[in-house]
Design a protein around this ligand. Structure first.
Ligand code: UDP
Ligand code: MG
Length: 339
């Protein structure tokens, strides 16, 4: 007989908790992966809300782990976490050596996680912990990924929600990997999915894209996104712009390939225009020197070429980052059970 899958174990655990356990019916662990960057003010609220949700779910067969990744915070975040860890042995902390960005911090958390399922969640309570029981239920029913979809983004500014929806449209037009709109990093992933993510070789990580790329059986639950519980967003418009570029450049080479077509069309047009000019000169003789058309053509082509070079640069930069094979993040210290 093959060993039961985590889902089967859970189903049994839910229904006949009192039965004696066979050796392969081990306790299942669900890890919450929480990247934090200067979040000293929001951690306490996050912990109290999350505990209120997970404590009642905890049984002898289902355990939780709170895996914080301190992404180079410069405020009291690490102290707050260490303090919380003294009272709650479920808390583990991966302390990164500096700020590597949310994508890298999430990667560090997923790498450090040895649980049967993981749920990346923001510390600012914008991803409501209240959804966790529902996610675990869907996992129990056999889903390997349970994504939480924002039913509305009214808590975001107009500019942010418009630019986000523009990004999804452009990205999905250019890329074969379709990212579902309004789905963030908040999701439950089964061990099988985590193992695939862990083994992806790339350094530049656009998590939303990678999450969509891996596939697996996916269930969707909807929620309303709340405003931040405290503090301010760590994502400036410039960081968001770069994240959007990362997403497109990591999952589409259309921007790179399109210049061949643009170039061809312009060449054909230039050739035809050249023919017209030659024909006109032959029929009507030499015209007044065409300073304006010359300048316009030159500036236009110069501009197009610079854009093309810029796009090449975007990709070349990414290739350069990949070939250097530097690690995605550096861990200063991991705080867990035995220290
Ligand atoms: N975060 C991080 N490193 C960063 C920026 C953000 O670990 O460089 C964390 C942050 O602490 C929070 C989550 O990522 O837990 C989401 O950040 P934020 O709420 O600022 O983003 P927003 O919700 O505005 O997109
Ligand atoms: Mg937030």
């Amino acid at each position: 007989m093959t060993a039961p899958t985590p889902q089967e174990n859970l189903k049994r655990g839910a229904h006949d908790e009192a039965n004696t356990l066979s050796p392969d019916q081990r306790t299942l662990t669900v890890a919450l992966i929480i990247p934090v960057f200067n979040e000293a003010d929001t951690i306490a609220a996050f912990l109290s809300d999350t505990r209120a949700v997970i404590d009642p779910l905890q049984t002898s067969r289902l355990r939780f782990q709170l895996l914080f990744v301190n992404d180079g915070s410069t405020d009291g975040t690490l102290d707050a976490l260490c303090g919380a860890r003294r009272d709650d042995s479920r808390i583990r902390i991966v302390d990164l050596s500096r700020n590597f960005g949310k994508e890298a911090a999430l990667t560090a958390g997923l790498d450090a996680c040895d649980a049967d399922a993981a749920i990346p969640i923001d510390v600012d309570l914008q991803d409501p912990p209240g959804l966790i029981p529902q996610m675990i239920d869907r996992w129990r029913e056999g889903a390997e990924v349970v994504v939480a979809k924002r039913a509305d983004r009214s808590s975001d500014s107009r500019a942010k929600s418009h630019s986000a929806s523009l990004f999804y449209r452009v990205h999905n037009m250019l890329s074969k990997t379709q990212i579902p709109e309004n789905v963030g990093d908040f999701r439950l992933m089964d061990r099988a999915v985590l193992d695939v993510l862990k083994n992806l070789p790339e350094r530049r990580r656009f998590m939303k894209g990678l999450f969509a790329w891996v596939g697996f059986k996916t269930a969707i639950i909807e929620y309303k996104r709340a405003p931040r519980s405290g503090g301010v967003t760590r994502f400036t418009p410039w960081k968001l712009w770069n994240l959007a570029l990362e997403g497109i450049a990591s999952f589409s080479s259309v921007p790179l390939e399109i210049w061949g077509y643009v170039g061809s069309v312009i060449s054909v047009l230039a050739f035809l225009y050249g023919g017209v000019l030659i024909g006109r000169t032959m029929i009507f003789g030499a015209d007044v020197p065409g300073y304006t058309s010359l300048m316009t053509g030159m500036l236009f082509l110069g501009g197009i070429q610079l854009i093309g070079i810029g796009v090449l640069g975007q990709y070349l930069g990414r290739v350069y980052d990949e070939v250097k094979r530097r690690p995605i993040y550096v861990v200063r210290k991991i705080y867990e059970d035995d220290d």
